[in-house]
Design a protein around this ligand. Sequence first.
Ligand SMILES: Cc1ncc(COP(=O)(O)O)c(C=O)c1O
Length: 345
Amino acid sequence: MNTSEQVLDFRSDTFTKPGDGMRQAMAQAQVGDDVFGEDPTVFELEHRTAELFGRQAALFVPSGTMANLIGLALHCQRGHEVIMERRTHSFAHEVGGGSALLGVLFHQLDNPQGYLSISDVKRALRPIDIHAPISRLLVVENTANLCGGKIVPIDHLRGLRRFTQEKGLKLHLDGARIWNASVKSGVALSEWGQEADSLSCCLSKGLGCPVGSLIIGNEEDMQRARWLRKMLGGGMRQAGVLAACGLYALDHHIDRLVEDHAMASELAEGLSQILDDRFHVERPDTNILIINTDSAKSTETTVATWKKAGILCLGLGDTTIRLVTHLDLPKDAATDALRRIRKLA
Ligand SMILES: Cc1ncc(COP(=O)(O)O)c(C=O)c1O
């Protein structure tokens, strides 16, 4: 790498650092003890988020993992079964917290499109039988991270929701990147908000906040969620300094996600021309680009060679490379990365 060249960090949209505007908002935030319900900035963030999603209430929590865990706890008792696609974050990357802490069973199915169909869910449903666990909850992730930021279309989600209601199941939506789904599809956050019993969203991904997620739902569930958050050690005191970042991001960092999506598309197009047939570059729906490789060696070598050229990305498993675009990348990051990779080729 030419030492005058900037490192282009495509590892994740979680690597962003708060910029000047966000830091000013933190410095000016009114705060209080939020465990006592006295932090006005947290209160404002929760109210505004609930309103954006067209729901009664929201609760600020430290992480997407905690928001999803609370989502499971709201709907399930020990021994209940949760249905999801195998690559769903709450199964694949949340340390099995649902099993370890809540005693729920994960029932995972594969669907190459990255999200389950109604017939998949039908297949997973247990019979009402004394020998079987009770099917209780469907988790849908939107956008689907490990499936390349894939959007679950709103009509598909509506179909799943109707089906779960008919069958007496609840639906939790992991909306860590629901902002990306909304901006790309043009479907308002309030519409997504109607299609789940509870949903989570993250401020610390594409919206560029250092910390924070919310769980959203009806008033009664969010009162329970408050207790669960405290039980899990997630009660925060003067959290207004963090909530202020969230409010800043809602004002300044949602509409600009179109830029991240355009950058991911530019990268995909360029890479599919440059890379040889050991690689298959998927077309990104939003800000996450997946490249499938023919072997662990191709994955490892590519990640290492690009790193030397100042391009950081992640090898996920043996045959997958992931690049994520976000607001901390320079505007010409895709063009610049493609230029450097062309040079290597
Ligand atoms: C889809 C999805 N859900 C949940 C999470 C968990 O968020 P956190 O890292 O804040 O626990 C992530 C994190 O990357 C994610 O991608």
